[in-house]
Write a protein that binds this ligand. Structure first.
Ligand code: TRP
Length: 455
């Protein structure tokens, strides 16, 4: 192998490694930050149910399709689609280009949220967050968001750290660490859930999360739920295609996708169970949005024995979960620039990093100096978040489904999904093919157009 050859083409080493890496991409701030705040904003259990449906009907099929395409082509998304397209000249590779754009938009705001989490590790250690008074924890968060330098510097730390890890190519190191620490995050979440469930108004919190009330559901809420399903499973922009290209040939793709989905959902539900009882007990507002985790989690920890230390551990583990997700996001532009332009991995990472420092700053400053700089009434932070989840990921999902359903074809899908005949899953691939050909594209398009108020 030459020096310029992508280390990534070596692929993941063991079947468990594949599972851990894929789960590492799926689990992240989406579970701990996005899921609770969106569920809170959109009325609780009704939203959860629609999110579940979107995950099963749309998310899982698109995820399997993406991984399958990636493994077949063993290349970055642009090259993969060029290779797999039955006739050269058909512009399916544009999916890869739009994926790269989506990666930048997502990373710009995602890195800012990770920046808050990093800052919270330090603040929690200093003891400044130990209070169950909503006014105190809300003020602590507002002070952080409103401080341009703190926001920027923490974001730079995050971005340089991620870039550094990718440049050094120690993805294996990270994999090894996440493999050990993800179970720890799971355990700690269980522990917080235990304490949260012992709070006075735990029942109210659980009812909010699990008792559907459909009065809040409208087209925009359905689109939000679908966008969350895409975001959670890291689909619609080439991340799963890129990871699929590192999959082993003997990996059972449907089983892996299913496991990742179930584990990911469990982490989200645990985060919900940890947060909503506290919301109702301490008098927080479930619909505050992105600040929810940052104001409720400190309130829960301030009530429990050893809460101070546990809060620090909680934010450290959240950072680790987020790092796995960010690496997978950044891997998309890095793999594309590296393989397409022949740049070294180091150079591809450096350029990606510079672009991200610029795009990210507009999000870092969204809570302070740029608070009045708005497009469509949204700050850059909110704009990037919405445009990626509500437009780019769904459009990517439609295109991937259409590609498999109408261009690539059933035989190749069946061949690859069954590990070239090694697995007996013909029925499953036939069903998947039908879903991708007829159901997913129409459903995604309808939800998107309705949700954006275009039809
Ligand atoms: N799924 C991750 C989370 O929930 C975020 C993420 C990683 C992602 N890669 C992605 C989202 C690709 C969309 C597309 O935190």
């Amino acid at each position: 192998m030459t020096k310029a050859a992508p280390a990534s083409r070596e692929g993941f080493s063991s079947r468990f490694g594949v599972l851990a890496a894929t789960l590492g991409s799926a689990v992240g701030l989406g579970n701990i930050w996005k899921f609770p705040s969106l569920t809170g904003e959109n009325g609780g259990a009704g939203f959860l149910l629609i999110y579940l449906l979107a995950t099963l009907l749309i998310g899982l099929p698109v995820m399997m399709a993406e991984i399958t395409l990636g493994r077949r082509a063993k290349a970055n998304p642009i090259t993969a689609l060029q290779q797999l397209a039955p006739r050269p000249g058909l512009p399916w590779w544009l999916i890869g280009v739009s994926g790269m754009l989506a990666a930048f938009l997502i990373l710009a705001f995602y890195s800012q949220v990770v920046a808050w989490v990093f800052a919270y590790v330090v603040k929690a250690a200093g003891g400044g967050l130990l209070s169950s008074d909503p006014r105190v924890t809300e003020a602590a968060f507002a002070a952080l968001v409103g401080d341009p330098w703190q926001s920027l510097i923490w974001q730079w730390i995050v971005l340089v750290l991620i870039g550094g890890i990718l440049t050094l190519g120690v993805t294996r190191g990270i994999e090894a660490i996440t493999k050990k620490l993800m179970p720890l995050l799971f355990l700690l979440l269980l522990l917080v859930c235990g304490f949260s469930l012992s709070l006075d108004k735990a029942a109210e919190g659980l009812a909010f999360l699990f008792k559907p009330d459909f009065t809040r559901i409208d087209a925009a809420v359905i689109l939000t739920a679908m966008g969350l399903a895409f975001f959670k499973l890291s689909i619609g922009m080439g991340t799963m295609m890129t990871y699929g290209s590192y999959f082993r040939d003997d990996q059972n793709i449907p089983a892996t996708a299913l496991r990742v989905m179930v584990a990911d959902l469990s982490v989200s539900l645990l985060a919900g169970i940890a947060i909503f009882p506290a919301v109702f007990t301490f008098g927080f507002e479930p619909s505050v949005g992105p600040s929810l985790v940052f104001i409720t989690i400190p309130a829960v920890f301030s009530q429990i024995p050893m809460g101070h230390a546990l809060m620090v551990v909680f934010f450290i583990l959240t950072s680790i979960a987020a790092i796995g997700a960010m690496l997978s996001l950044m891997e998309v532009p890095v793999a594309i620039l590296h393989e397409r332009l022949g740049w070294s991995r180091r150079r591809a990472t450096a350029i990606t990093l510079i672009l991200l420092l610029i795009a990210g700053a507009s999000c870092a400053l969204s809570g302070s100096v740029l608070v009045d700089f708005r497009i469509l009434g949204l700050t850059m932070f909110d704009l990037f978040d919405r445009v990626s989840s509500m437009v780019l990921l769904p459009v990517g999902g439609i295109m991937i489904a259409l590609f498999v359903g109408w261009s690539w074809g059933r035989d190749k899908l069946q061949d690859e999904l069954s590990n070239r005949g090694g697995l007996a899953n013909r029925r499953l691939s036939a069903l998947l093919f039908l879903l991708l050909r007829y159901v997913s594209p129409v459903l995604i398009l309808l939800v998107m157009l309705q949700g954006l108020d275009l039809i």
